[in-house]
Design a protein. Structure first.
Length: 102
């Protein structure tokens, strides 16, 4: 069953510097993961009815199944991305794994 890794990034102190590193360094590392079926990055523009958002970006990375996700995370580029995540993730950032049911 298809699974996705969702990474939610808190608001960085310097959004421009974060975005530059994220798109020029971090995502190219993620792009080397084996087994990725699709990747989607969304910049959060706000909450419902224009309320301020507590987060900056949401990235969703899709895999055929949990074994493919685990293989990607345990690969050399997976470990490299994990180390980079720890260096760039603003406070409040988190990850989840979910099975696609519909």
């Amino acid at each position: 069953m298809t699974v996705k890794l969702t990474v939610v990034y808190g608001k960085p102190d310097d959004a421009d510097a974060f975005d530059k590193h994220y798109h020029e360094v971090h995502m190219p590392i993620v792009g080397r993961w084996p087994g990725i079926e699709r990747t989607e990055v969304a910049k959060i523009s706000g909450g419902p009815m224009g309320s301020p958002a507590a987060y900056h970006l949401i990235t969703e990375i899709y895999f055929a199944d949990e074994d493919a996700l685990n293989a990607a995370l345990s690969s050399d580029p997976g470990r490299e991305a994990g180390k980079d995540f720890m260096g760039i993730a603003p406070p409040g950032s988190f990850m989840t794994v979910a099975e696609i049911v519909d």
